[in-house]
Design a protein. Structure first.
Length: 188
């Protein structure tokens, strides 16, 4: 996975949520304890954190910084912040050679950070759409790529349902619903 995948995932988030900027984003995001607003801010935070890791190359921990979104930020502001954070991650990915390693629970290559960014964007966009009552499913091709990179032991089948199952968001026939999960971003 690479910068183009991150760009595609963030563009999809913005595409599906922009028509609903006037909705009540303070309601819960699907089954999460967070509101839709908090979930969108979390996506932006994670995209920025992944970009920071790639830029600074720490080898043992996350950089000690957080994105703080002001309480008065509108849903439109949140989507702009997520777009900016996504572009920062995309730029960091494009500037990173494949042998680069930065810390995400172990040494992680750029494709791992791309997959992490796409995963966060897709599953949390799904959470937000659930909270806002929007019918939407993440793009199949991106789900398939995230599963291959981060959840290689996920069951075969529909990649959208597979990703939602692998991140505890849905049941999958023949498999217990997950209540915790670990993505496999580190490469060794």
């Amino acid at each position: 996975m690479d910068s183009r995948d991150v760009d595609q995932a963030v563009a999809e988030m913005v595409r599906v949520l922009t028509p609903h900027e006037s909705a009540d984003w303070r309601r819960p995001a699907g089954a999460l304890d967070w509101s839709c607003w908090e979930t969108a801010a979390h996506v932006a935070h994670d995209l920025l954190a992944y970009a920071g890791q790639l830029a600074a190359l720490p080898d043992s921990a996350y950089l000690p910084f957080d994105l703080v979104v002001r309480d008065d930020a509108s849903p439109r502001d949140l989507l702009r912040i997520a777009t900016g954070a996504g572009r920062l991650l995309s730029t960091a990915l494009a500037a990173s050679g494949p042998s680069l390693r930065a810390w995400h629970w172990g040494p992680t290559d750029p494709s791992g950070f791309a997959a992490l960014g796409v995963n966060e964007t897709l599953v949390h966009t799904h959470d937000i759409t659930q909270g806002l009552g929007i019918r939407w499913h993440p793009p199949e091709s991106l789900c398939s790529a995230v599963l291959a990179r981060l959840f290689p032991n996920a069951p075969d089948g529909d990649p959208v349902q597979g990703l939602l199952w692998a991140t505890g968001r849905t049941d999958l026939p023949g498999h217990p619903r997950l209540t915790s999960w670990i993505s496999k971003a580190a490469v060794g």
